[in-house]
Design a protein around this ligand. Structure first.
Ligand code: FEO
Length: 392
């Protein structure tokens, strides 16, 4: 792809990664992704804002082919999908300075061996003049690493946000044209890497309220021509109470746990509780992460295998613990053959979750009427808790 003009002397560069299907060797990318860099030409100086993932370096370097001079390489985030091509850019423009937060300088030195003398570090709120264009750097830590910042181009009212507000979508549309599609991709992205830091993200959102923003240009996905769309979505994900919803990740080996899951789902729905069900043997964990953004309750369904939870259930518990959703209640259901420590093992895997554990329902072998009654009671307890807490 060639460089694309956004505004006068402001260009998109980078790579649209149509074929990428896994991010960080972990996160499914059903719609691919993009690595966005931005070129800003001032009347006196030229800045390149972020770079691209190293496997995409040739595309960025080709786009820079007829750019004679770069004065500044702004590194908003040290993670290599944005910073990894800085060394190649510096090879072409040896006089360019890398502009970053002080913390990012240390990380970029460690990760990419960029020499210390190449850096200019910027304080929170500091500005850098390119002549007729001015960059203001706003430190926004923990979106999603500790060193992150965003950059406000004052004259054009563009906020360059790196991972903040990003989405994994490969498309030729430079600007958001389908907000529904982007909402889902951005929520998935928020859930996977930002949800654990939402209290700090809330403060970062507040920091941005004083800026007049006409465009938000993230480093993954499309540019937002209607910033309120994504700002409002983030405020909802960060601030709103959990919803009247149960997320139910489960795995079943010989159908007994599945019978319990199906019964619990029916009982919950009957009591007016929404359920998002995920068969962990086949599920997309990005969808599971996204559902956790809103869930008031998690119920893990697992058989007992080798005296503990099924490894897929352990994985789901580990993931939920790492993502630290707003969830308030948790329970466990499942079938076992002769015994084990499924509940104790799973409960020990979620120290980060500030949840009340509701009575688990385990049964030996195939569930009986007594077990189904216990599941009805669990559904009733969940519905009652949701009502008491005002979750709607
Ligand atoms: Fe897109 Fe945290 O890197």
């Amino acid at each position: 792809m060639f460089a694309r003009k956004i505004k006068e002397n402001v260009y998109w560069m980078g790579s649209v990664a149509w074929d990428s299907r896994l991010f960080d060797s972990l996160i499914p990318l059903p719609d691919g992704t993009s690595y966005n860099a931005y070129l800003i030409k001032g009347s006196e100086k030229t800045a390149l804002l972020d770079t691209v993932d190293p496997p995409k370096a040739d595309e960025l370097m080709a786009q820079l082919g007829n750019i004679p001079r770069i004065d500044y390489v702004i590194s908003q985030h040290a993670e290599q999908d944005h910073s990894g091509t800085i060394p190649k850019v510096l090879e072409k423009y040896p006089d360019a300075k890398v502009v970053s937060t002080p913390k990012a300088k240390g990380m970029l030195t460690d990760l990419l061996k960029i020499p210390e003398e190449a850096f200019i570090t910027v304080k929170d709120g500091e500005t850098l003049s390119l002549g007729d264009k001015t960059l203001r750097f706003v430190h926004t830590p923990w979106v999603h690493w500790p060193e992150t910042m965003v950059t406000y181009l004052a004259e054009d009212r563009i906020l360059f946000s790196c991972d903040f507000f990003g989405s994994h979508i490969a498309t030729t549309d430079l600007f958001v044209t389908d907000e529904g599609r982007v909402y889902e991709a951005a929520k998935r992205y928020f859930a996977e890497i930002m949800m654990p830091f939402r209290n700090i993200i809330k403060k970062n959102l507040e920091k941005l309220t004083s800026y007049k923003i006409e465009l938000i240009a993230p480093s993954h996905g499309q540019i937002y021509p209607r910033p309120a769309f994504i700002l409002d979505a983030y405020r909802d994900w960060v601030n709103s109470p959990p919803k009247n919803m149960v997320v139910l990740p489960y795995v079943s080996m010989h159908e007994s746990t599945k019978l319990m899951v199906d019964h619990l789902v029916a009982a919950l729905v009957d009591k007016g509780v929404r359920v998002e069900l995920f068969n962990l043997a086949v599920t997309d964990i990005g969808k599971l992460a996204m559902a956790l953004v809103d869930a008031a309750t998690i119920v893990v369904g697992t058989p007992t295998i080798l005296a503990g939870p099924h490894p897929y259930a352990a994985y789901a518990a580990f993931l939920a613990n790492a993502l630290r959703p707003k969830t308030k209640f948790l329970s466990i259901i499942g079938s076992y053959g002769w015994g084990g420590k499924t509940v104790e093992t799973l409960a020990g895997m979620i120290p980060n979750l500030k949840v009340e554990v509701l009575d688990p329902v385990l049964c030996k072998g195939v569930p009986t009427e007594k077990v189904f009654k216990a599941l009805d009671d669990l559904a009733a307890a969940i519905a009652k808790k949701h009502v008491e807490n005002g979750f709607t």
